[in-house]
Write a protein that binds this ligand. Structure first.
Ligand code: GUN
Ligand code: ZN
Length: 434
Protein backbone atom coordinates (compact mmCIF):
# COMPACT_ATOMS: atom_id res chain seq x y z
CA UNK A 1 0.00 0.00 0.00
CA UNK A 2 1.45 3.35 -1.04
CA UNK A 3 0.47 6.76 0.39
CA UNK A 4 1.59 10.24 -0.47
CA UNK A 5 1.42 12.73 2.38
CA UNK A 6 0.96 16.18 0.87
CA UNK A 7 1.68 19.43 2.69
CA UNK A 8 4.45 21.71 3.95
CA UNK A 9 7.27 19.40 4.95
CA UNK A 10 10.28 20.33 7.09
CA UNK A 11 13.19 18.26 8.39
CA UNK A 12 16.89 18.45 9.26
CA UNK A 13 18.72 15.56 7.59
CA UNK A 14 22.07 17.15 8.51
CA UNK A 15 23.17 18.50 11.88
CA UNK A 16 22.75 22.31 11.84
CA UNK A 17 25.41 22.66 14.56
CA UNK A 18 27.80 21.31 11.91
CA UNK A 19 26.59 23.38 8.98
CA UNK A 20 23.45 21.42 8.04
CA UNK A 21 20.35 23.38 7.03
CA UNK A 22 16.63 23.14 7.31
CA UNK A 23 15.27 21.29 4.28
CA UNK A 24 11.77 22.41 3.33
CA UNK A 25 9.07 21.76 0.75
CA UNK A 26 6.30 24.39 0.72
CA UNK A 27 4.06 22.01 -1.22
CA UNK A 28 5.79 18.71 -0.59
CA UNK A 29 5.03 15.06 -1.14
CA UNK A 30 6.26 12.31 1.17
CA UNK A 31 5.88 8.90 -0.45
CA UNK A 32 5.32 6.15 2.11
CA UNK A 33 5.32 2.46 1.28
CA UNK A 34 5.36 -0.47 3.65
CA UNK A 35 5.67 1.95 6.58
CA UNK A 36 8.88 3.48 5.20
CA UNK A 37 9.81 6.64 3.35
CA UNK A 38 10.23 5.94 -0.34
CA UNK A 39 10.88 9.48 -1.48
CA UNK A 40 10.47 13.12 -0.50
CA UNK A 41 10.16 16.00 -2.93
CA UNK A 42 8.05 18.81 -4.35
CA UNK A 43 4.51 17.55 -4.72
CA UNK A 44 4.09 18.23 -8.46
CA UNK A 45 7.15 16.07 -9.29
CA UNK A 46 6.18 13.38 -6.78
CA UNK A 47 2.64 13.27 -8.22
CA UNK A 48 4.05 12.74 -11.70
CA UNK A 49 6.40 9.97 -10.61
CA UNK A 50 4.25 8.03 -8.12
CA UNK A 51 0.77 6.59 -7.97
CA UNK A 52 -0.78 6.26 -4.54
CA UNK A 53 -3.49 7.51 -2.24
CA UNK A 54 -2.90 11.18 -1.49
CA UNK A 55 -3.39 12.23 2.13
CA UNK A 56 -4.01 15.95 2.07
CA UNK A 57 -2.26 17.55 5.04
CA UNK A 58 -2.06 21.07 3.71
CA UNK A 59 -2.67 23.94 6.11
CA UNK A 60 -0.18 22.86 8.76
CA UNK A 61 3.32 21.43 9.00
CA UNK A 62 4.62 17.90 8.45
CA UNK A 63 7.58 17.07 10.69
CA UNK A 64 9.49 13.90 11.59
CA UNK A 65 8.27 12.06 14.72
CA UNK A 66 9.82 13.59 17.82
CA UNK A 67 12.41 11.89 20.01
CA UNK A 68 12.26 12.35 23.80
CA UNK A 69 15.57 11.40 25.40
CA UNK A 70 14.38 11.35 29.00
CA UNK A 71 10.88 10.90 30.35
CA UNK A 72 9.39 9.03 33.34
CA UNK A 73 6.49 6.70 32.65
CA UNK A 74 5.39 6.37 36.32
CA UNK A 75 5.08 10.16 36.65
CA UNK A 76 2.34 10.75 34.07
CA UNK A 77 -0.11 11.75 36.84
CA UNK A 78 2.32 13.87 38.84
CA UNK A 79 2.38 17.23 37.06
CA UNK A 80 2.06 20.32 39.19
CA UNK A 81 4.40 19.63 42.11
CA UNK A 82 5.03 23.33 42.64
CA UNK A 83 7.12 24.71 45.43
CA UNK A 84 9.56 21.85 45.88
CA UNK A 85 13.22 21.56 44.96
CA UNK A 86 14.37 18.30 43.48
CA UNK A 87 15.13 16.11 46.52
CA UNK A 88 12.00 17.27 48.39
CA UNK A 89 10.00 16.94 45.18
CA UNK A 90 11.14 13.34 44.94
CA UNK A 91 10.40 12.56 48.56
CA UNK A 92 6.98 14.17 48.75
CA UNK A 93 5.56 14.36 45.23
CA UNK A 94 7.06 11.43 43.42
CA UNK A 95 8.37 8.43 45.32
CA UNK A 96 5.17 7.68 47.32
CA UNK A 97 3.35 7.41 43.99
CA UNK A 98 6.08 5.34 42.35
CA UNK A 99 5.96 2.90 45.27
CA UNK A 100 2.42 1.95 44.17
CA UNK A 101 3.70 0.51 40.88
CA UNK A 102 4.08 -2.84 42.63
CA UNK A 103 0.40 -3.11 41.66
CA UNK A 104 0.39 -4.19 38.00
CA UNK A 105 -3.16 -2.94 37.33
CA UNK A 106 -2.16 0.49 38.60
CA UNK A 107 0.94 0.31 36.40
CA UNK A 108 -0.92 -0.84 33.29
CA UNK A 109 -3.36 2.07 33.42
CA UNK A 110 -0.50 4.53 33.61
CA UNK A 111 1.52 2.82 30.89
CA UNK A 112 -1.50 3.42 28.62
CA UNK A 113 -1.88 7.03 29.77
CA UNK A 114 1.78 7.61 29.26
CA UNK A 115 1.98 6.20 25.74
CA UNK A 116 -1.17 8.02 24.72
CA UNK A 117 0.32 11.26 26.04
CA UNK A 118 3.56 10.72 24.16
CA UNK A 119 1.94 9.89 20.82
CA UNK A 120 -0.69 12.58 21.20
CA UNK A 121 2.13 15.08 21.38
CA UNK A 122 4.05 13.76 18.42
CA UNK A 123 6.69 11.72 20.21
CA UNK A 124 7.21 8.39 18.49
CA UNK A 125 10.57 7.43 20.04
CA UNK A 126 11.71 7.85 23.64
CA UNK A 127 14.21 6.85 26.27
CA UNK A 128 11.89 6.10 29.14
CA UNK A 129 12.75 6.02 32.81
CA UNK A 130 10.80 3.08 34.11
CA UNK A 131 9.31 1.89 37.37
CA UNK A 132 11.11 0.13 40.22
CA UNK A 133 9.08 -3.07 39.72
CA UNK A 134 9.58 -5.78 37.09
CA UNK A 135 5.83 -6.38 36.75
CA UNK A 136 5.26 -2.70 35.97
CA UNK A 137 7.96 -2.87 33.31
CA UNK A 138 6.31 -5.88 31.70
CA UNK A 139 3.17 -3.79 31.43
CA UNK A 140 5.07 -0.91 29.92
CA UNK A 141 6.87 -2.96 27.30
CA UNK A 142 3.69 -4.81 26.36
CA UNK A 143 1.75 -1.57 25.88
CA UNK A 144 4.61 0.04 23.96
CA UNK A 145 4.76 -2.94 21.63
CA UNK A 146 0.99 -2.76 21.06
CA UNK A 147 1.15 0.92 20.01
CA UNK A 148 4.27 0.55 17.83
CA UNK A 149 6.15 2.97 20.04
CA UNK A 150 9.95 2.89 19.78
CA UNK A 151 11.37 2.83 23.30
CA UNK A 152 14.54 2.31 25.25
CA UNK A 153 13.55 1.56 28.83
CA UNK A 154 14.22 -0.56 31.87
CA UNK A 155 13.50 -1.26 35.51
CA UNK A 156 14.83 1.44 37.82
CA UNK A 157 17.15 0.11 40.51
CA UNK A 158 18.19 1.64 43.83
CA UNK A 159 19.25 0.50 47.27
CA UNK A 160 19.61 3.63 49.39
CA UNK A 161 18.16 7.04 50.20
CA UNK A 162 14.71 6.43 48.66
CA UNK A 163 11.84 4.57 50.39
CA UNK A 164 12.44 0.99 51.55
CA UNK A 165 9.71 -0.32 49.18
CA UNK A 166 11.80 0.97 46.27
CA UNK A 167 15.05 -0.65 47.36
CA UNK A 168 16.33 -3.96 45.98
CA UNK A 169 19.32 -6.16 46.71
CA UNK A 170 22.11 -6.54 44.19
CA UNK A 171 20.95 -10.07 43.37
CA UNK A 172 17.39 -8.89 42.73
CA UNK A 173 18.56 -5.94 40.64
CA UNK A 174 20.72 -8.17 38.48
CA UNK A 175 18.32 -11.05 38.12
CA UNK A 176 15.23 -8.96 37.37
CA UNK A 177 17.04 -6.59 34.99
CA UNK A 178 18.50 -9.49 33.04
CA UNK A 179 15.20 -11.33 32.90
CA UNK A 180 13.46 -8.27 31.47
CA UNK A 181 16.34 -7.55 29.10
CA UNK A 182 16.32 -11.10 27.76
CA UNK A 183 12.64 -10.81 26.98
CA UNK A 184 12.48 -7.27 25.58
CA UNK A 185 15.89 -6.07 24.41
CA UNK A 186 15.90 -6.10 20.62
CA UNK A 187 12.29 -7.26 20.34
CA UNK A 188 10.82 -5.17 17.51
CA UNK A 189 11.41 -1.52 18.33
CA UNK A 190 12.16 -2.04 22.00
CA UNK A 191 15.54 -1.90 23.70
CA UNK A 192 16.57 -2.39 27.31
CA UNK A 193 18.36 0.14 29.50
CA UNK A 194 19.94 -0.48 32.88
CA UNK A 195 18.55 2.30 35.06
CA UNK A 196 20.25 3.06 38.36
CA UNK A 197 18.04 5.99 39.48
CA UNK A 198 20.98 8.23 40.31
CA UNK A 199 24.24 7.70 42.13
CA UNK A 200 22.67 9.25 45.24
CA UNK A 201 20.20 6.35 45.48
CA UNK A 202 22.64 3.58 44.55
CA UNK A 203 25.37 1.91 46.49
CA UNK A 204 28.31 0.38 44.69
CA UNK A 205 26.34 -2.90 44.65
CA UNK A 206 23.85 -1.39 42.17
CA UNK A 207 26.64 -0.18 39.91
CA UNK A 208 28.23 -3.60 40.17
CA UNK A 209 24.90 -5.18 39.17
CA UNK A 210 24.86 -2.94 36.09
CA UNK A 211 28.42 -3.90 35.22
CA UNK A 212 27.60 -7.60 35.49
CA UNK A 213 24.42 -7.22 33.44
CA UNK A 214 26.39 -5.35 30.78
CA UNK A 215 28.96 -8.17 30.69
CA UNK A 216 26.12 -10.62 30.13
CA UNK A 217 24.43 -8.57 27.37
CA UNK A 218 26.99 -6.07 26.11
CA UNK A 219 24.73 -3.90 23.97
CA UNK A 220 22.37 -2.84 26.73
CA UNK A 221 21.86 0.88 27.31
CA UNK A 222 22.60 2.77 30.51
CA UNK A 223 20.17 5.52 31.45
CA UNK A 224 20.38 7.64 34.58
CA UNK A 225 20.39 11.15 36.08
CA UNK A 226 23.69 12.99 36.33
CA UNK A 227 24.81 16.39 37.57
CA UNK A 228 21.27 17.60 38.09
CA UNK A 229 21.67 19.54 41.30
CA UNK A 230 24.36 22.00 42.12
CA UNK A 231 25.33 20.34 45.41
CA UNK A 232 25.62 16.91 43.75
CA UNK A 233 29.44 17.09 43.76
CA UNK A 234 29.45 17.33 47.59
CA UNK A 235 26.84 14.59 48.03
CA UNK A 236 28.66 12.18 45.71
CA UNK A 237 32.01 12.89 47.37
CA UNK A 238 30.47 11.63 50.63
CA UNK A 239 28.77 8.60 49.10
CA UNK A 240 31.63 7.53 46.82
CA UNK A 241 34.74 8.81 48.64
CA UNK A 242 37.07 7.23 46.06
CA UNK A 243 35.44 8.84 43.03
CA UNK A 244 37.16 11.69 41.21
CA UNK A 245 33.84 13.18 40.08
CA UNK A 246 30.26 12.13 39.26
CA UNK A 247 31.06 10.60 35.88
CA UNK A 248 33.72 8.48 37.53
CA UNK A 249 31.02 6.66 39.56
CA UNK A 250 29.77 5.19 36.25
CA UNK A 251 33.08 5.06 34.41
CA UNK A 252 34.58 2.94 37.17
CA UNK A 253 32.00 0.21 36.42
CA UNK A 254 32.36 0.32 32.65
CA UNK A 255 29.08 2.23 32.31
CA UNK A 256 30.30 5.20 30.27
CA UNK A 257 29.90 4.40 26.58
CA UNK A 258 28.06 5.20 23.40
CA UNK A 259 24.83 3.66 24.69
CA UNK A 260 24.93 5.69 27.92
CA UNK A 261 22.33 8.42 28.21
CA UNK A 262 22.63 10.85 31.09
CA UNK A 263 19.78 13.20 31.93
CA UNK A 264 20.60 16.83 32.81
CA UNK A 265 24.35 17.40 33.20
CA UNK A 266 23.92 20.95 34.38
CA UNK A 267 27.13 21.18 36.38
CA UNK A 268 29.80 19.04 34.68
CA UNK A 269 33.51 19.65 35.04
CA UNK A 270 35.60 20.09 31.90
CA UNK A 271 37.17 16.72 32.52
CA UNK A 272 33.76 15.04 32.78
CA UNK A 273 32.68 16.59 29.49
CA UNK A 274 35.89 15.55 27.80
CA UNK A 275 35.47 11.94 28.91
CA UNK A 276 31.80 11.87 27.95
CA UNK A 277 32.66 13.22 24.51
CA UNK A 278 35.46 10.71 24.04
CA UNK A 279 33.14 7.86 25.07
CA UNK A 280 30.40 9.12 22.72
CA UNK A 281 27.95 9.19 25.61
CA UNK A 282 24.83 11.34 25.29
CA UNK A 283 23.01 13.86 27.41
CA UNK A 284 19.28 14.49 27.63
CA UNK A 285 18.76 18.22 27.97
CA UNK A 286 15.47 18.81 29.80
CA UNK A 287 15.06 22.60 29.95
CA UNK A 288 11.45 22.76 31.22
CA UNK A 289 12.43 20.48 34.09
CA UNK A 290 15.57 22.48 34.80
CA UNK A 291 13.51 25.63 35.15
CA UNK A 292 10.65 23.97 37.04
CA UNK A 293 12.73 22.23 39.70
CA UNK A 294 15.19 25.12 39.80
CA UNK A 295 18.05 22.83 38.78
CA UNK A 296 19.91 25.44 36.75
CA UNK A 297 21.18 26.31 33.29
CA UNK A 298 22.46 23.79 30.76
CA UNK A 299 26.00 24.60 29.55
CA UNK A 300 25.19 23.91 25.90
CA UNK A 301 28.21 25.70 24.52
CA UNK A 302 30.55 23.57 26.63
CA UNK A 303 28.80 20.41 25.44
CA UNK A 304 29.28 21.51 21.83
CA UNK A 305 32.92 22.36 22.42
CA UNK A 306 33.56 18.97 24.01
CA UNK A 307 31.57 17.21 21.24
CA UNK A 308 29.18 15.67 23.76
CA UNK A 309 26.00 14.65 21.97
CA UNK A 310 22.72 15.92 23.37
CA UNK A 311 19.03 15.99 22.49
CA UNK A 312 15.86 17.05 24.27
CA UNK A 313 13.95 15.38 27.09
CA UNK A 314 10.70 16.32 28.76
CA UNK A 315 11.56 14.65 32.08
CA UNK A 316 7.90 14.52 33.01
CA UNK A 317 6.80 15.19 35.67
CA UNK A 318 9.84 17.22 36.70
CA UNK A 319 9.07 18.79 33.35
CA UNK A 320 5.89 20.55 32.40
CA UNK A 321 4.29 18.43 29.68
CA UNK A 322 4.78 15.90 26.90
CA UNK A 323 5.47 18.44 24.18
CA UNK A 324 8.96 18.34 22.72
CA UNK A 325 8.33 21.58 20.84
CA UNK A 326 7.90 23.29 24.19
CA UNK A 327 11.26 21.87 25.26
CA UNK A 328 12.80 23.39 22.16
CA UNK A 329 11.35 26.77 23.02
CA UNK A 330 12.54 26.51 26.62
CA UNK A 331 16.03 25.52 25.47
CA UNK A 332 16.03 28.59 23.25
CA UNK A 333 14.88 30.86 26.08
CA UNK A 334 17.34 29.53 28.61
CA UNK A 335 20.28 29.83 26.23
CA UNK A 336 19.14 33.39 25.55
CA UNK A 337 19.26 34.16 29.26
CA UNK A 338 22.80 32.86 29.64
CA UNK A 339 25.77 35.07 29.04
CA UNK A 340 27.58 32.40 27.07
CA UNK A 341 24.40 30.79 25.74
CA UNK A 342 24.17 29.38 22.22
CA UNK A 343 22.07 31.42 19.79
CA UNK A 344 19.65 28.77 18.61
CA UNK A 345 17.79 29.01 15.31
CA UNK A 346 14.67 27.08 14.27
CA UNK A 347 16.72 24.43 12.44
CA UNK A 348 18.75 23.74 15.61
CA UNK A 349 15.55 23.28 17.57
CA UNK A 350 14.05 20.87 15.04
CA UNK A 351 17.27 18.89 14.89
CA UNK A 352 17.36 18.66 18.70
CA UNK A 353 13.72 17.51 18.71
CA UNK A 354 14.29 14.77 16.13
CA UNK A 355 17.55 13.58 14.60
CA UNK A 356 19.80 14.51 17.55
CA UNK A 357 17.78 12.17 19.76
CA UNK A 358 17.86 9.42 17.17
CA UNK A 359 21.66 9.77 16.92
CA UNK A 360 22.00 9.67 20.69
CA UNK A 361 20.14 6.36 20.84
CA UNK A 362 21.92 4.99 17.79
CA UNK A 363 18.73 4.67 15.71
CA UNK A 364 19.41 7.41 13.15
CA UNK A 365 19.32 4.78 10.40
CA UNK A 366 15.69 4.27 11.30
CA UNK A 367 14.21 7.61 12.37
CA UNK A 368 14.96 11.32 12.88
CA UNK A 369 14.26 12.72 9.40
CA UNK A 370 12.59 11.79 6.12
CA UNK A 371 15.53 10.25 4.29
CA UNK A 372 14.53 7.39 2.00
CA UNK A 373 14.35 4.05 3.80
CA UNK A 374 13.60 5.43 7.26
CA UNK A 375 10.45 4.54 9.16
CA UNK A 376 7.60 6.89 8.26
CA UNK A 377 7.13 8.34 11.75
CA UNK A 378 5.41 11.63 11.03
CA UNK A 379 3.85 14.48 12.98
CA UNK A 380 1.15 16.59 11.37
CA UNK A 381 0.94 19.90 13.22
CA UNK A 382 -2.38 21.52 12.38
CA UNK A 383 -3.24 24.69 14.33
CA UNK A 384 -6.62 24.51 16.01
CA UNK A 385 -9.21 26.46 14.04
CA UNK A 386 -9.33 30.18 14.77
CA UNK A 387 -6.41 29.89 17.17
CA UNK A 388 -3.75 32.57 17.45
CA UNK A 389 -1.28 29.88 16.34
CA UNK A 390 -3.29 29.52 13.08
CA UNK A 391 -3.15 33.27 12.48
CA UNK A 392 0.60 33.47 13.11
CA UNK A 393 1.37 30.37 11.02
CA UNK A 394 -0.62 31.69 8.06
CA UNK A 395 1.26 34.95 8.26
CA UNK A 396 4.61 33.13 8.48
CA UNK A 397 3.77 31.10 5.38
CA UNK A 398 4.44 34.23 3.31
CA UNK A 399 7.80 34.74 4.96
CA UNK A 400 10.00 31.65 5.22
CA UNK A 401 10.01 28.00 6.31
CA UNK A 402 12.27 28.98 9.20
CA UNK A 403 9.69 31.46 10.39
CA UNK A 404 6.92 28.88 10.16
CA UNK A 405 8.99 26.50 12.24
CA UNK A 406 9.75 29.24 14.75
CA UNK A 407 6.02 29.94 15.09
CA UNK A 408 5.36 26.24 15.70
CA UNK A 409 8.02 26.04 18.42
CA UNK A 410 6.62 29.19 20.01
CA UNK A 411 2.90 28.47 19.88
CA UNK A 412 2.07 24.83 19.19
CA UNK A 413 0.16 22.99 21.92
CA UNK A 414 -1.30 19.52 22.29
CA UNK A 415 -4.58 20.74 20.78
CA UNK A 416 -2.72 21.60 17.59
CA UNK A 417 -1.65 18.07 16.76
CA UNK A 418 -3.66 16.96 13.75
CA UNK A 419 -2.36 13.40 13.44
CA UNK A 420 0.66 11.29 14.22
CA UNK A 421 1.82 8.43 11.99
CA UNK A 422 3.85 5.49 13.27
CA UNK A 423 5.40 3.47 10.44
CA UNK A 424 3.07 5.35 8.09
CA UNK A 425 -0.03 4.38 10.10
CA UNK A 426 -2.21 7.13 11.64
CA UNK A 427 -2.59 6.39 15.35
CA UNK A 428 -5.06 8.92 16.77
CA UNK A 429 -8.21 6.91 16.02
CA UNK A 430 -6.73 3.79 17.67
CA UNK A 431 -5.86 5.85 20.73
CA UNK A 432 -9.29 7.49 20.86
CA UNK A 433 -7.90 10.94 20.12
CA UNK A 434 -9.50 13.57 17.93
N1 GUN B 1 16.76 12.20 40.06
C1 GUN B 1 16.40 11.02 40.58
N2 GUN B 1 15.12 10.73 40.32
C2 GUN B 1 14.65 11.75 39.60
C3 GUN B 1 13.38 12.03 39.00
O1 GUN B 1 12.41 11.27 39.10
N3 GUN B 1 13.28 13.18 38.32
C4 GUN B 1 14.31 14.03 38.17
N4 GUN B 1 14.16 15.14 37.46
N5 GUN B 1 15.51 13.81 38.73
C5 GUN B 1 15.67 12.68 39.43
ZN1 ZN C 1 14.29 12.40 35.23
Amino acid sequence: MRHILRGTILHTPQNPFEGGRLESFADGGLVVEGGRVLELGDYPEIAKAYQGEVVDLRGGLILPGFVDLHVHYPQVRLFGGLGLRLLDWLEHNTLPHEARFSDVEFARAQAKEFLRGMLRNGTTTAVVFGAHFAGAMEEFFREAEATGFRAVSGMVISDRNLRPELHVSKAQALEQSLELARRWHGRGKLRYALEPRFAISCSEAMMEACREAMQEIPDLYLHTHLNEILDEPDIIRELYPWSRDRVHTYEHYGLLGQRSIFAHNICPTDSELERMGAAKASVAHCPCSHAYTGAGFFPMRRHLEAAVRFGLGTDIAGGTGFGILKEGLEAYKMQNLMQDGVRLEPAHLLYLATLAGAEAIGVAEEVGDFSAGKAADVVYVRPAENSSFAVALDHARDQSPERMLAVAFTMCSEADMGEVFVDGRPVFAQLGIG
